[in-house]
Design a binder for this molecule. Structure first.
Ligand code: FES
Length: 73
């Protein structure tokens, strides 16, 4: 089974690759192109939330976490 990978991009979005659906709070799906990665906003400035629109560059968003320690710790 193919896995979904979410990459936390330095100073930018979350890149989801592999089989992925993005749904809203009601469960409705955004139509996505099969096989293409999805870029989700994590800076809070996108006008196209939950998707990244590049606003993190204009806002000089800075975050470069590394996979160290326990999640949420
Ligand atoms: S991460 Fe790109 S607009 Fe927020």
């Amino acid at each position: 089974m193919e896995r979904t990978t979410i990459t936390v991009r330095d100073d930018g979005s979350l890149r989801a690759s592999g089989p992925v659906d993005v749904v809203d709070a009601t469960g409705a799906r955004w139509p996505l192109e099969e096989g293409k990665p999805v870029f989700l906003c994590r800076c809070g400035h996108s006008a196209s939330k939950p998707f990244c629109d590049g606003s993190h560059n204009r806002e000089s968003f800075r975050s470069a976490p590394r996979a160290e320690g326990e999640p949420g710790a």
